[in-house]
Design a binder for this molecule. Structure first.
Ligand SMILES: Nc1ncnc2c1ncn2[C@@H]1O[C@H](COP(=O)(O)OP(=O)(O)O)[C@@H](O)[C@H]1O
Ligand SMILES: [Mg+2]
Length: 237
C-alpha cells in the first residue's frame, strides 16, 4: 500500500482539492488496471466526507471509501488496519490546516507528503513549516520521508513574476517541486458542489472541463512519478 498525505499548516491552499483530485484520478485509472483507493479524511471540517455524501445524494457510484471522524489517538491504528487488510493500493490522507499532533502521526506513516502551496510568499513560508515538520519527523524516527511542494491554483495563462521567484528560491535551496502544477480552474471547485469527478461535470463551450481533466491526470501522474523516483534513490542509497 502506498500512503500519500496532503499537508500544510495553512488553510485554503488546496489540500482537500489535491487529495480529491489524486484519489479520483487514481480510482478512475483503467490501465494497466484500476487501483483500489481509500481516503482518510483527517480534517474536522470534513470537506472530503461532504464530497462523498454529495456524491451519494446525487446517485453517483462511490469510487472509494472515505474514513471520517479520525482523531489523533486512533489514526495510526486506522492506517495500519487498512494496510493489514492488504486490499488497498493507494491510501490518500487529507489533513487539517494545522501543525497538530494528528498531522505528525499521518506524516510518519506516509510514503509521500504532498505540500500544496500557492505562489505567494506568505504561503511559501507556511509551506516551509510543513516541510520542516516532515524533516523533523524523518530525523526523529530515522526514516526516509519524501515530500514534494505542489503549486496549486496557478494561473493557467501566465506565470507571474512572484511565482517564478518562489520556484527559483525553492530550487536554489534544493527543495523538491512537483513538475506539474494544479492550475486554477472552476472545475476543481464545481466537483465539490456536485459531488462529482472532473469528467462527470458537464462540458462547456470553452472545453475547460477537458483541460481540467488533462491537468488532473498529468498532476496525479507527476506525483506517482515523483514517488517512484524517490523510492529508486532510496533503494540505491
Ligand atoms: N486549483 C484550484 N482551482 C480552483 N479553485 C481551487 C483550486 N484549489 C483550491 N481551490 C479552492 O480554494 C479553496 C480552498 O481549497 P481547499 O482544497 O479546500 O484547501 P485546504 O484543504 O488547504 O483548506 C476552496 O474553495 C477550493 O474550491
Ligand atoms: Mg481541507
Amino acid at each position: 500500500m502506498i500512503t500519500i498525505s496532503c499537508a500544510s499548516p495553512k488553510g485554503g491552499v488546496g489540500k482537500t482539492t489535491v487529495a480529491t483530485i489524486i484519489a479520483t484520478t487514481l480510482a478512475m485509472q483503467e490501465k494497466p488496471r484500476t487501483p483500489k483507493v481509500r481516503v482518510i479524511d483527517a480534517d474536522p471540517s470534513a470537506n472530503l466526507t461532504r464530497w462523498a455524501a454529495e456524491r451519494e445524494n446525487k446517485g453517483r457510484a462511490a469510487l472509494f471509501d472515505v474514513v471520517s471522524g479520525v482523531v489523533a489517538e486512533t489514526i495510526v491504528d486506522q492506517i495500519d488496519a487498512i494496510e493489514e487488510e492488504d486490499e488497498t493500493d493507494f491510501l490518500i490522507i487529507d489533513l487539517e490546516g494545522t501543525a497538530g499532533e494528528i498531522v505528525g502521526y499521518a506524516i510518519g506513516r506516509s510514503d509521500l507528503v504532498v505540500i500544496p502551496m500557492s505562489s505567494s510568499s506568505m504561503d511559501a513560508r507556511q509551506a516551509a513549516k510543513a516541510s520542516q515538520l516532515v524533516k523533523r519527523m524523518a530525523k526523529t524516527f530515522k526514516i526516509d520521508l519524501p515530500y514534494v511542494f505542489a503549486f496549486c491554483r496557478t494561473n493557467s495563462a501566465i506565470m507571474t513574476k512572484e511565482h517564478k521567484t518562489i520556484v527559483s528560491q525553492l530550487r536554489t535551496h534544493n527543495e523538491p517541486v512537483l513538475e506539474v502544477e494544479l492550475k486554477e480552474r472552476s472545475a476543481y471547485r464545481a466537483i465539490f458542489t456536485e459531488g462529482a469527478t472532473v469528467p462527470e461535470l458537464e462540458e462547456n463551450k470553452s472545453g475547460s472541463i477537458g483541460k481540467a481533466q488533462d491537468n488532473a491526470v498529468a498532476f496525479t501522474q507527476a506525483i506517482i512519478d515523483y514517488l517512484v523516483a524517490s523510492r529508486t534513490i532510496e533503494e540505491a542509497a
